[in-house]
Design a protein around this ligand. Structure first.
Ligand code: HAM
Length: 427
């Protein structure tokens, strides 16, 4: 077969071999978030474009280059969500979630869309899990969010994580620093890319996030934002660090971490993994105290993070072998074509009893069915023939040991439960 249609560049199918790991990861995330008191939120796949231009920022790479934006039939501009913080805050305001309590803790697992150049660990449709804690301005909330992000990655089995944190100060601090940076960069104007020259006029701080090696070299000499933090910014930052130390979360201080989105204030952080090469950021987040008000809500402080699931799975693949599935499935085999209805009925009964049971619908020979049972890594083949049917018995073959014996139909379930281990509903 040749494929006339292929999935769109940068967008991947997840086939059963992979979805098993995905589901395990998602189940772990649901479990951990519940333990930490976060409730799940699911938002629509697209939003009004303006939600992102206002929050993520007109000059960010995401808004200026990467969004999938289209007009619907009523000429409304819509955008496939490139990130989730803005949609979640939109929902928080729209549904008056502030009424749920002073502190609102939400998490999500979802697909995002960014038209980036695809490469290992960078896709155009990718998935994130993340959490947002809305309502507390205090540094212990920043530390809790960072600890949550870190602990999940640990519980998923990742070691060698690097957590970098920094503070970009309050908007007032940044306004002061902006002038200083502008003066510094204006002197180097000719050496800057066209995009950065534009950003000098609109949003000079965005330039700090440049990937251009020459610009990065220039920026090494730039005045540091950390030197412009005011007393309150510094006290906040210091307490975040003290809390992390108290929680045994190791971290490094980055001189600056402006990140790719405009809504941050004070704490920003990223967690990376050495095995991931160029796309080594697993997780990013920070505080965004002004966003809810910018989107039309009451002034409400908030802090959150998001982690790229593809990157977590890539890092896990490189560091921890996938656990082999232990055989516990049943293959019900028809010794002759005449018993197929009894076979399908028995498979249904076994499923009702909690087993994973399959049978052949291709009318293949007994030998071919046994081969299939082995290929599927089943624990047992339950074989029914006309003779067995008459005497209400089946043959049960243990596919690991090769041992085969007759079992009464009415004691089959307890026999299988004892020899194949109890039925599990985990996957
Ligand atoms: P972000 O840094 O843009 O933050 O994305 C978070 C994570 O998503 C990244 O560290 C990376 O693992 C993954 N990621 C981003 N782009 C791609 C891509 N093209 N392909 C694969 N993975 C990708 C945010 O999205 C913020 N909303 C995080 C946040 C939540 N801040 C506060 N609350």
């Amino acid at each position: 077969m040749t494929a006339e249609y292929r999935s769109v560049r940068g967008m991947r199918d997840l086939l059963p071999e992979e979805t098993r790991r995905w589901r395990e990861l998602e189940n772990s995330v649901h479990g951990i978030m519940a333990r930490w008191g976060y409730g799940e939120i699911r938002t629509p796949v697209f939003e009004q474009t303006e939600l992102f231009t206002r929050s993520v920022g007109e000059d960010s790479d995401i808004v200026s280059k990467q969004m999938y934006t289209f007009q619907d039939r009523s000429k409304t501009s819509l955008t496939l969500k490139p990130e989730l913080t803005a949609p979640v805050m939109r929902a928080y305001i729209q549904h008056r979630l502030d009424r749920m309590g002073v502190l609102t803790k939400l998490y999500y697992i979802d697909s995002l869309f960014r038209r980036e150049r695809p490469q290992a660990g960078r896709l155009r449709q990718f998935r994130q899990f993340g959490a947002e804690a809305i309502g507390s301005p205090h540094p212990e909330q920043d530390a809790e969010i960072i600890a949550l992000a870190f602990r999940i990655l640990k519980e998923l089995g990742l070691e060698s994580l690097t957590l970098q944190i920094s503070s970009i100060g309050s908007p007032k601090t940044r306004a002061r620093y902006r002038d200083v940076l502008l003066r510094f960069l204006s002197d180097q104007r000719d050496k800057l890319s066209r995009t950065s020259q534009e950003r000098l006029k609109t949003n000079p701080l965005r330039i700090l996030d440049t990937k251009d090696p020459e610009e990065r070299r220039i920026l090494r000499e730039a005045p540091s934002l950390l030197d412009y933090l005011d007393h309150e910014d510094l006290a906040h930052y210091r307490t975040v660090k003290e809390n992390l130390t108290g929680l045994d979360i190791p971290f490094e201080e980055a001189p600056i971490l402006v990140r790719g989105l405009d809504y941050y204030s004070r704490t920003t952080f990223e967690i990376s993994h050495p095995e991931l090469g160029a796309q080594n950021a697993l997780c990013g987040g920070g505080r965004y105290d002004g966003l809810i008000q910018d989107l039309g809500g009451e002034p409400t402080p908030a802090v959150g993070f998001a982690t790229g699931i593809e990157r977590v799975l890539l890092a896990l693949e490189k560091t921890t072998p996938s656990p082999a599935e232990s055989p516990r499935d049943i293959y019900v085999v028809a010794a002759t074509g005449t018993v197929i209805q009894a076979v399908s009925k028995l498979a249904a009964q076994l499923r009702d009893a909690g087993f994973t049971a399959q049978f052949d619908t291709l009318r293949r020979s007994l030998k071919a069915q046994m081969r299939e049972a082995n290929r599927l890594n089943c624990a047992h083949a339950v074989i029914i023939g006309e003779e067995e049917l008459g005497s209400e018995q089946v043959q049960v073959k243990n596919l690991t040991t090769g041992q085969q014996l007759k079992v009464k139909m009415n004691s089959l379930v307890s026999y299988l439960a004892n020899s194949a281990g109890p039925p599990s509903s985990s996957d």
